[in-house]
Design a protein around this ligand. Structure first.
Ligand code: CA
Length: 351
């Protein structure tokens, strides 16, 4: 009897431990509620109680790191009206063509696209477009913001840093990985024990980070290889003197995972890569072996990005997705625009 009870207690304790180990990562801050990557959005997510806040980084003309998701400014700011003559031939306004001071002079907003020549908000139920006043900021300012809150609130919330398109920055003569590592080092974030994950869709660049840069700088951070879909052409690699689209299937194939695990600590797939999407239907999400395979090689799995206002056909609500990703597939964490809902889900999932 006593044995049975202590077994049950152990089981309950381990369930709780498992549930609490699931990392909720505030994707671009609490971006479901406030314009992405603004400090307001980061403060809200921090207040929700997340363990990690995400930063996406691009480099400016004057070699500063700025917290922004795209290598462009035109989806989320008034750049086209403030600097009408500064677009490239493709019509886009590149972060890398502007100084940090110029970028700070812009107003930022909920993301939009043009439909029939008219600006339309992408997620219509989110914070209204072009309302209030929002700016974006440098990477250093965000680290100081989080470290400052950690001091004033007595917490230890971590950074989940993504360098955007290192291959593009290389083509433009900039080493974004090195600049990012130097900044992290300046703020004392250098080891696997630091509350930092360093992520990228550019696996060839992660090899350079692991084998060259971190050795040179005496650093050893936790690395995450993001996995994109080949049709996005998210990453190019220099092969036989030519820039060619990177094949992400390399990172999904279990055959390669023992080698991959020597370089990175985990994988960041799109959440649907954890499912058999052909067989999945409402009320029954069918998982595949991706997480199981990754765990065999001690790789963490942190899928992206769960949004209550952009659900797949096989889910009726975001809790079904949290359940499928975090428990059925057993991922170690998740990126979401709605971190409060994820924390609430985990709280209710505990025994
Ligand atoms: Ca990201």
């Amino acid at each position: 009897m006593f044995k049975k009870i202590s077994f049950l207690i152990l089981l309950l304790l381990s369930c709780e431990a498992l549930a609490s180990e699931k990392l909720i990562i505030a994707h671009r801050g609490a971006s479901g509620y406030l314009p992405e990557h603004t400090l307001a959005s980061k403060a809200l997510a921090y207040g929700f109680g997340v363990p990690y806040l995400e930063q996406d980084l691009a480099m400016t003309k004057d070699d500063k790191l700025v917290v922004v998701h795209d290598i462009y400014l035109d989806r989320i700011s008034n750049v086209a009206s403030v600097f009408p003559n500064r677009a490239r031939k493709d019509g886009r306004y590149y972060v890398i063509d502007f100084t940090l001071a110029e970028i700070k002079s812009l107003n930022f907003t909920e993301g939009f696209e043009y439909k029939n020549g008219k600006k339309v908000q992408v997620y219509k139920d989110r914070f209204p477009m072009d309302k209030s006043s929002f700016k974006i900021h440098s990477f250093e300012e965000e680290i100081e913001f989080i470290q400052g809150l950690n001091k004033s609130m007595g917490k230890d919330v971590g950074l989940y840093v993504e360098i955007k398109m290192p291959w593009f920055h290389t083509q433009e003569g900039k080493d974004i990985a090195k600049a990012t590592l130097l900044t992290l080092k300046k703020y004392g974030l250098t080891s696997k024990d630091s509350k930092v994950f360093f992520q990228s869709f550019d696996y060839p660049n992660l090899l350079y980070v692991k084998n060259t840069l971190m050795k040179e700088l005496g650093m050893e951070l936790k690395l995450i290889a993001l996995i994109g879909k080949n049709e996005w052409n998210e990453t190019y690699e220099l092969k036989d003197g030519k820039w060619q689209s990177y094949d992400f299937n390399t990172l999904l194939d279990e055959k390669n995972m023992s080698e991959i695990a020597k370089i990175v600590d985990g994988l960041g797939p799109s959440y649907d890569m954890l499912f058999d999407t052909q067989k999945s239907k409402k009320g029954k999400i069918v998982i595949n072996d991706l997480v199981k395979n990754a765990h065999k090689h001690k790789l963490l799995v942190h899928p992206y990005t769960l949004r209550k206002d952009n659900l797949p056909s096989y889910a009726s609500n975001i809790n079904e997705l949290f359940e499928a990703v975090l428990f059925k597939a057993n991922a170690d964490g998740v990126f979401t625009d709605f971190p409060d809902l994820a924390l609430e889900f985990l709280k209710n999932a505990k025994p």
